[in-house]
Design a protein around this ligand. Structure first.
Ligand code: AMP
Ligand code: MG
Length: 328
């Protein structure tokens, strides 16, 4: 069984093809990089509709697969930016009708977890998913991936990106913050906000920006921002590991590329005798392959959607999705 997956929740339009045995035949993605400033949803959606025909064509060509050989079309219906979601859903619906193949609704956050379980060969992890738009600590318990901590305001990646932009660094700023942080030596005190199992980055961002205006050294601020933000994530992740007693920790999302965050979480996992894995870069960022692979899992459990009911779900929460394939 072969499934085409389409990713389109935010900055990336991507197509992947996966087999039900876990083979990724192709993973073609095109990320929208705004000329200035942050991502405007409508501009990103315009990008997606412009590149969709080429990305789709390349996916089939590189996989050596004919469109009619596909058994279903998986689409990430949310969570994400409305205009982007609608553009991807339009492509998916058209293909579903034209090819007469089932349309498979995939939750973007579930897909990040499933591609991580597949590519890291782990079974039942405590997941730390940190990206430009999401910050979620999750684990499987009784039929669903439950949320054991999340951001109450902006995502970790967004916090790093906005700080970087205001410091005059290119977009996305996360990798630049990481690079400059290595040259930081003085720790500057910044607000550390953990409430119960949830984190908040907006006050931290505001404080860091104020220090920037006050003339503190950028390298020291990058270093301090990372230390504070990542410690918050580690604190919440550690309590979640202790509570759920998971034996594996999976780090995914775009911010997973950060070596300092990896180092800190690896230590936390080791203290609890848990295996630590980082999703490979190609599959940690938004991509079509993760939607395709999750689509195969859904289709095996008859999770399909009539085209006329395929509304986009901009606020579709991870912990509302049934994941029957996780049942022992
Ligand atoms: P995603 O939304 O999953 O595609 O991830 C994009 C986010 O990952 C952006 O906010 C980037 O700034 C961030 N990112 C990518 N590489 C790094 C890095 N090395 N350190 C910190 N953040 C990063
Ligand atoms: Mg994502």
């Amino acid at each position: 069984m072969l499934i085409l997956g389409i990713e389109c929740t935010a900055h990336t339009f991507g197509c992947g093809i996966a087999s039900s045995t876990g083979e990724i035949l192709v993973n073609v993605n095109d990320e929208y990089i705004p000329p200035t400033g942050g991502i405007h949803p409508r501009e990103a959606a315009r990008h997606h509709s412009a590149v969709a025909p080429e990305i789709l064509g390349r996916a089939f060509e590189e996989a050596g697969v004919e469109a009619r050989d596909i058994d279903g079309i998986a689409i990430s219906l949310g969570p994400g930016l409305g205009p982007c979601l609608r553009t991807g859903a339009t492509v998916a619906r058209a293909l579903s009708i034209y090819l007469n193949k089932p349309l498979i609704p995939v939750n973007h956050c579930v897909a990040h977890i499933e591609i991580g379980r597949l590519t890291c060969k782990i079974d039942d992890p405590l997941v730390v998913y940190v990206s430009g738009g999401n910050t979620i600590i999750a684990a499987y318990v009784e039929g669903k991936y439950r949320v054991f901590g999340e951001t109450m305001d902006i995502a970790l990646g967004n916090c790093l990106d906005v700080f970087a932009r205001r410091a005059g660094l290119p977009h996305p700023g996360g990798p630049y913050v990481e690079k400059l942080a290595k040259a930081g030596s003085n720790f500057i005190k910044l607000p550390y906000v953990v409430k119960g199992q949830d984190v908040s980055f907006s006050g931290l961002l505001t404080a860091a920006l104020r220090k920037l205006e006050e003339g503190y050294r950028l390298e020291d601020l990058c270093y301090s921002l990372q230390e504070v933000a990542f410690s918050m994530i580690c604190e919440v992740a550690e309590r979640a590991i202790a509570h759920t007693r998971k034996r594996e920790v999976l780090l995914t999302g775009g911010v997973a590329a950060n070596k300092r965050l990896q180092e800190m979480l690896r230590q936390v996992a080791a203290e609890h005798d848990a295996i630590f894995k980082v999703v490979p870069r190609e599959y940690a960022r938004d991509n079509g392959a993760m939607i395709a692979w999750t689509g195969t899992l859904c289709l095996r459990h008859n999770i399909v959607l009539p085209v006329e009911e395929s509304y986009v779900r901009p606020r579709w929460r991870l912990d509302r999705v049934d994941v029957p394939w996780m049942e022992a």
